[in-house]
Design a protein around this ligand. Structure first.
Ligand SMILES: NC(=O)c1ccc[n+]([C@@H]2O[C@H](COP(=O)([O-])OP(=O)(O)OC[C@H]3O[C@@H](n4cnc5c(N)ncnc54)[C@H](O)[C@@H]3O)[C@@H](O)[C@H]2O)c1
Length: 327
């Protein structure tokens, strides 16, 4: 009997994917680029399973091109906005993702941005590299303390909670705002649920972890920035449009807040010179989720899902619910 066929839409060299070759016939796109829709439709034809990336639109057209034997499309990602869930459910194709693998990296990166912004690490590093360090001076890169300060968390989900746990190591007082309180987490960490106005007013460091939704677009704008402390630091590793950047520049220029650490911006890659050149902003280029270990786990989880489905087991991380999976 011929082996089930697995197509991997982009080269992700890893022993885990290679291990699938022991049981399945695996083909990997050898080029380091996303396939066009037509190429994708052609390559998935006759496959039993597909490993896809966020750059692959998996819709009815692609699923039909694959054929009725297709059982699973496993996204090599936590997000799955490239999936047409209804189209896959109608065709009884299971769609899976890899939740949880990036939480540690994203929360650690968020806390790194917080510490690096408070301690002015990027400016100091540049100063040394530019050969300007000629001796000590009393006003030399005076940073902010973090220990014992108040951390405000907007959106106490997976990442917000992870950041809160790290903040306990710095004896920070934790305030949070969300659509509803979490009594169990409050008991575990001493975090306090507050309304948005209190969060803005009392936070020394405000970190954003809400998803980008119509109601969270410009969650932080002029009115919000005016309520914050002049010494406050804003951290955004959620999504760029959660912050109104024009308002942020004005608030930094007028001294309504002290500094910002941004992993995400409204338009990526960053093309706004006023923002890019602002001395009180520390940037990273949307890299909060990258980590060697997280990526390895993502590959393992993706490969395991393929294996489970092709061997007739139930998926661990389905994103659609099938009444009866394809036999
Ligand atoms: N920078 C990166 O690399 C990176 C990586 C992963 C995730 N993210 C972003 O971080 C966001 C959070 O990720 P997560 O895994 O913690 O998500 P999550 O769904 O676990 O948590 C989001 C939280 O926000 C809350 N929320 C929703 N609307 C709100 C509102 N209007 N006001 C207050 N709280 C609200 C939800 O109730 C939930 O508790 C993601 O949506 C994503 O955009 C960024």
């Amino acid at each position: 009997m011929s082996k089930p066929k697995v197509y991997v839409t982009r080269a992700i060299p890893d022993a885990t994917i290679e291990a699938l070759r022991a049981e399945f016939e695996v083909e990997v796109n050898p080029d380091d680029r996303a396939l066009t829709k037509e190429e994708l439709k052609q390559k998935v034809r006759g496959c039993d399973a597909v490993v896809s990336l966020l750059t692959d639109t998996i819709d009815g057209e692609v699923l039909d091109a694959a054929g009725p034997q297709l059982k699973i499309v496993a996204n090599y990602a936590v997000g799955f906005n490239n999936f047409d869930l209804a189209a896959a459910t109608r065709r009884k194709v299971i769609l899976t993702n890899t939740p949880g693998v990036l939480d540690d990296a994203t929360a650690t990166h968020t806390f790194t941005l917080l510490l690096a912004t408070a301690r002015r690490i990027a400016e100091a590093d540049k100063y040394v590299r530019d050969g300007k360090w000629l001796g000590w001076a009393p006003m030399f890169f005076i940073g902010l303390d973090v220990d014992g300060k108040t951390l405000g968390i907007a959106g106490l989900g997976r990442i917000g909670k992870n950041v809160a746990r790290k903040a306990r190591g710095f004896d920070m007082k934790i305030l949070y705002s969300d659509v509803k309180p979490d009594a169990a987490f409050e008991a575990e960490t001493g975090a306090v649920f507050v309304d948005k106005a209190t969060l803005l007013k009392e936070s020394d460091f405000l970190t954003l972890h809400v998803p980008l939704l119509p109601e969270t677009r410009h969650y932080i704008g002029t009115a919000e920035l005016k309520q914050m402390k002049p010494t406050a630091v804003l951290i955004n590793a959620a999504r760029g449009p959660v912050v109104d950047e024009k308002a942020l520049i004005e608030a930094l220029d007028s001294g309504h807040i002290a500094a910002a650490g941004l992993d995400v911006v409204e338009r990526e890659p960053l093309d706004d010179d006023r923002l890019r050149r602002h001395p009180n902003i520390l940037f990273t280029p949307h890299t909060a989720f990258y980590s060697v270990e997280g990526y390895a786990e993502m590959r393992t989880k993706t490969a395991q899902e393929i294996r489970r489905i092709l061997l007739g087991e139930a998926p661990r991380n389905p994103v659609n619910v099938l009444p009866v999976p394809r036999g």
